[in-house]
Design a protein around this ligand. Sequence first.
Ligand code: NIG
Ligand code: FE
Length: 409
Amino acid sequence: MTIKLFRHAAIYTPLTGAEPAPMPRVAEWRDGAMLVSDGRVVAAGEGAEVERAARHLRPDVEVDLEGAAAVPGFVDPHTHACFAERREAEFSMRLAGTPYLDILRAGGGILSSVRSVRAASEDALFRAAAGWLAETMRYGTTTVEVKSGYGLDTGEELRMLRVIDRLGRETPQTVVPTFMGAHAVPEWYNSDSYTRLVCDEMLPAVAEQGTARFCDVFCEREVFSVPQAREMLSRAAELGLGLKIHADEVNDLGGAALAGELHAVSAEHLLAASDEGLDAMAKGGVIAVLLPATAYSLRKPFARARDMIERGVTVALATDLNPGSCFCQSMPFVISLAIMCMGLTPDEALAGATLNAARAIGMEAQVGSLEPGKLADFVVLDGSTPATLAYASGSRPVRSVWKMGERIA
Ligand code: NIG
Ligand code: FE
C-alpha cells in the first residue's frame, strides 16, 4: 500500500452533495492538501487538517505542489477518437463555404472516415487512436468516452469496440466505450433498412460482445429521424445499454424531446434545441453534453447553456474530438469557450468538465471530483485558480496530470 501526501495545492473540486444538483457546489481550499492511498483519495481539504490526519498514516511520498491550483482530472464525455486519419481537406472545403451535411451527402465526411477505418488493421487503428488520446492526456483528460461509428457494418463496429476496449486496458486513461453504429447511413442502405440492421443484427451482437456501455444515435435531417432513433434506442435499452443522442446539432428535429421521453442519460450538441426540448430534458433528468469547440469549428452559434441551467438541466462539457466537425483535443480550450462565449462561470465550467461530465457517462462514483473513495485523478494547473483555463486560453495551462496518484503527463 502506497500512501502519498500532496501538499500546498489550491484545491478546487465540485462536491457530490446529498441530492445531485444540476450545478454542484465547488469547494476551494487555497492552502489545501490531499492524501492518497493506493490510487484513491483518502482526504482532500484544508492543508493543516489533512496533514494532521496524514501524520499517523506516515505517507511514503510527499509532493509539494507549490501553491498551484489542482482540479479533478478532466472527464471528456463525448469523443469519436477512434479514427485512422484526419480530414483537413474537408475542413478547407467547409472554410470555403460547403456545409458539413453537404459533404456527408456527397459521400465524404463521416463516410470518408469509414473508408479509412475499414482499410486500417486493428493494430494500426489502435495506434492512431492511442495517439489522439495521448494528446488529450497532456491537456488534462484522465477519463474519456469514445464512440464507435466509423465501421457501419456489424463486423467493423465490433472491431472498433474491441479497439476502444483495448485503449482502456493499455493506455493510462479510463475509457468508456459507446456503440454508435447509427452515425451515418452507409452505401447499399437507406435509413430504414439500416435502422433494421442496427436493431436486428448490430445491437444484439454488440450486447453479446459486451464491451459497450452506451448506445448513441445521430438524430439529424437526412441521417436518422426521431422515430428511427426511438426504435434503435428502445432496442438498446432492452439490451441493457445506456442511452445517448446526438440531438438537434444542425437542425431542430426534436431530438432533445426524444431524449427526455426515453430518459436518456444525455443528449449532446443541442445547438438548435427548442425550449420545449430543453424542458423535456429537465423533466426526464437528461444531461446536456455541450460541445462548444464544435460550434466554433462549424461556425455556428453556441448552445444556450445559460437557458439550460436556468431550466434545471445539468450541463456537461466535452471536446467531440473527431476528424470532421471538430478536431479538438483540449478540454482547457472547451472550458475557455464555455466561460468566454457561453457565459458559464469558472465554477460551472469546472463542474461541467468534471463531475457533471462523469455523470454523463455513469462514472460519477469513480471520478469527477476529489472526494474520499474516488480515484486520485487530478490536473495541476499553471495558475492559482481554475479561471486560469480561460485567462491563458490558447496556451496549455497544465503543469502536470495525475492518474490514480501517479504522474502521467
Ligand atoms: O459529433 N455529428 C456527428 N458526429 C460527429 C462528427 C463526426 C465526423 O464528422 O466524423 C459530431 O459532430
Ligand atoms: Fe459527436
